[in-house]
Design a protein around this ligand. Structure first.
Ligand code: CAA
Length: 699
């Protein structure tokens, strides 16, 4: 059956795209649109045309799955040009999301009617490309260059109301979209076409200064990304060139983006994020448990942040503390967070009150007896966690899910101290928990499938990306962080300055270097961890200098001194000569002759350590797929999405090269930390990639 059909009602042709799930512009849709337009151009019975979509949404863009193969004609730019050239008025009827190529189709129509719930957007920049079917030329003409730049560079979804204020939508209706679009088409039939491409921009208002100012305003958020600058150049072309030339320029710049490795990396991330919820042994028939009320133990920064996620989506929360002042303080912080959003205009004061009404504070475990899910966010020691789970086992109702927000501890051991290990799992949130998108869902040996399935769905419901991990020290993210941090710390003791290590990794694309990150997290956290597990698990050379800092009171940003100095309450790290002196003394003590270490070496050692640990995790089955590891690193640790996460980055280097480099490091720095992961060796020798591994293991 064709993905594009047509029906004629009282002289109005209705073209319907029906290509589930999101009506992407696959080859058959482009062909169908071109075919119907051609036929209707000469159909004397038709005076106007409506383009509508079946299912959940208007066209949500080009078919990203086709990006890897050579494009088949008709090409989208030609299809939209043909639609715009129609002599009969064409009206787009928009529901759901008109995104990317979908919005480009809508912009090539002469008028647009939308449901009030609809959204529009040009999210191509998130895929490392730019709107390549006239979007960069038509949106500035209809919405103005400033609004167009905002939409194209952010890739955000713009509400129907805002889109109407920009002039992109002609009419918004609450329901009966198709009828409204037909009525609109009938009224427009006598007026002829109104072509977006023929609209004029007053170029005098948008000279070089305007674009220079815009570039400056987005510099921080787009650092390292290839496509945004290309998008801006397209909009500059829209302002200064006639449509046809602007479209040509857009095409050239589009091809450059497509050829850049960032496009592949970002498209990998798009699909990777959608893969995470595919869990072996779980499907849509797996039963789910109802989550109507959530209990949180601990009203500290973590507990409060976790609780906000549920309140935000209308799930009431009971939050438990040991003492009233701590409870009051915790709820006070939550209120302050919401009030800060209100001050930015994101919430009204009624909404703040409504959200606060979702919280019930308590000092008694018994008040958790009506909760369907209880998450503990208490101090990170096994002893305390076990005590809490003992209490939970006593008070929680039958069938309640019991979760630990531990970042390192053995969830099997925690589960074993209850009489219902099948109801227990880890839900590891990342700080700040109300902001960070990542949630590690730790599947313990006895976790029941319906418990896991419920939490995977719940992650989506609270707008997180939930990645399932197996039980091991640090799960996926923190386990990988450890060798990364070790190599960074070793580089310092071997001769690099902390600021050189940070600069190298910042330039690679990390949001901050590991030394700044350690200061922010608190150097005492790592210090305590090292005491707890036993020093034999750590490379003492790497951490002795950090331990000395902690012992001298330099615990990081919170005390104004750590690896760096933070003068007068400033949050800006400043290299400190005293620390440098201490580091050099420690080098002497360790018998290390300091040497200059290049930024390439710093990056390579840190990245190889990360990849090798990722390969071990994958080989041990603690992650289901390499792309899950990428999702963890991009969403939890700020790894540059344009590199596609550490495992995709490894693929882009070639696994044989990665393997050889790790062996080389083993020879140079000793084998203790540089044993290549067996899976890496196997894939490298077979000439395969992590993506091949994922494909072969997809079930
Ligand atoms: N191409 C191919 N598949 C797509 C797709 C696309 N453009 N958009 C979504 N899908 C697939 C998803 O992979 C997913 O497939 P599975 O069920 O097999 O995993 C399915 O459609 C549903 O997607 P979501 O789970 O994301 O559903 P949602 O309801 O949460 O969100 C959405 C729907 C808002 C449309 C979201 O899918 C989305 O943002 N899609 C991407 C939109 C986009 O980037 N469009 C621009 C494409 S590039 C372009 O158009 C370039 C050009 O100009 C030539």
């Amino acid at each position: 059956m064709s993905t594009v059909s047509k029906e004629i009602r009282e002289g109005i042709a209705i073209i319907t795209v029906d290509n589930p799930p999101v009506n992407a512009l696959s080859h058959s849709v482009r062909e169908g649109l071109a075919r119907e337009m051609k036929e209707l151009a000469s159909n004397a019975d038709v005076s106007a045309i409506v383009v509508a979509c079946a299912g959940r949404t208007f066209i949500a863009g080009a078919d990203i799955r086709e990006f890897g193969s050579p494009p088949q004609p008709p090409h989208l730019p030609d299809v939209v040009n043909d639609i715009e050239a129609m002599e009969k008025p064409v009206v787009a009827a928009i529901h759901g999301t008109a995104l990317g190529g979908g919005l480009e189709v809508a912009l090539s129509c002469h008028y647009r009617v939308a449901l009030a719930s609809a959204k529009i957007g040009l999210p191509e920049v998130k895929l490392g490309i730019l709107p390549g079917a006239g979007g960069t030329q038509r949106l500035p003409r209809i919405a103005g260059p400033a609004n167009a730049l905002d939409a194209i560079i952010s890739g955000r979804h713009v509400s129907a109301k805002e889109a109407k204020s920009w002039g992109v939508l002609d009419e918004i209706v609450e329901d009966n979209l198709l009828e409204a679009a037909i009525a609109f088409a009938k009224a427009a039939a006598g007026n002829g076409p109104r072509r977006t491409g023929e609209m004029k921009i007053d170029g005098t208002k948008f000279g070089p200064e305007f674009f220079a100012g815009f570039r400056k305003s987005i510099a921080r958020q787009t650092r390292g990304y290839f496509a945004p600058e290309h998008c801006i150049r397209c909009v500059e072309a829209a302002v200064s060139l006639p449509l046809e030339e602007g479209l040509k320029r857009e095409r050239e710049l589009f091809q450059e983006c497509m050829a850049n490795p960032q496009a592949k990396a970002l498209q990998h991330m798009f699909f990777a994020e959608r893969q995470v919820s595919r869990i072996p042994g779980i499907d849509k028939n797996t039963p789910r448990r109802d989550i109507r009320r959530v209990g949180i133990i601990g009203a500290g920064t973590m507990g409060g942040g976790i609780a906000m996620n549920f309140a935000n989506v209308g799930i009431p929360v009971t939050i438990l503390e040991v003492e009233q002042p701590a409870l009051d303080r915790g709820l006070g912080v939550v209120r302050k967070n919401y009030e800060r959003s209100a001050a930015k205009g994101k919430l009204t004061s009624e909404q703040v009150e409504g959200l606060m009404d979702q919280f019930t504070g308590t000092l008694s475990y018994d008040d958790l007896s009506d909760c369907d899910l209880i998450i503990e966010a208490v101090f990170e020691t096994m002893e305390i966690k076990k005590k809490v789970f003992g209490e939970l086992d006593r008070v929680a109702k039958k069938g309640a899910i019991l979760a630990s927000n531990t970042s390192y501890l053995d969830v099997n051991e925690i589960a074993a101290c209850t009489k219902r290990p099948e109801d227990v799992l880890g839900l590891h949130f990342f700080s700040p928990a109300n902001v960070m998108r990542l949630l590690e869902i730790v599947r313990a040996d006895k976790t029941a499938p319906d418990v896991l399935a419920t939490c995977v769905d719940l992650a989506k419901a609270i707008r997180k990306v939930g990645v399932v991990a197996g039980v091991c020290h640090g799960f996926i993210g923190n386990r990988m962080l450890s060798p990364y941090g070790r190599e960074a710390a070793l580089a310092v003791i071997e001769g690099a300055k902390p600021e050189e290590v940070d600069a190298a990794l910042f330039t690679f694309g990390m949001p901050m270097g590991p030394m700044t990150m350690s200061d922010m997290a608190g150097l005492d956290i790592g210090y305590l961890n090292r005491q707890g597990v036993g020093r034999e698990n750590y490379e003492t050379k790497a951490y002795d200098w950090m331990d000395r800092l902690v012992e001298s009171g330099r615990k990081g940003l919170k005390v104004g001194a750590g690896v760096y100095a933070y003068e007068d309450g400033s949050r800006t790290p400043k290299p400190d000569p005293d620390v440098q002196k201490l580091i050099e003394e420690e080098s002497v003590k360790a018998g290390i002759e300091r040497r200059a270490i290049s930024s390439d070496e710093i990056v390579e050692r840190c990245m190889m350590a990360l990849i090798n640990e990722g390969a071990k995790i994958l080989g041990e089955g603690k992650a289901y797929r390499a792309s899950d590891i990428d999702v963890v690193y991009v969403n939890g640790y700020g790894y540059p999405a344009y590199r596609g996460g550490p495992m995709h980055y490894a693929d882009s280097l070639g696994l044989k090269n990665v393997y050889d480099k790790i062996c080389e490091f083993g020879e140079k720095f000793g084998p203790r930390w540089w044993q290549p992961a067996p899976l890496l060796k196997e894939l490298a020798e077979a000439g395969k990639s992590f993506a091949d591994f994922d494909r072969e293991n997809a079930g």
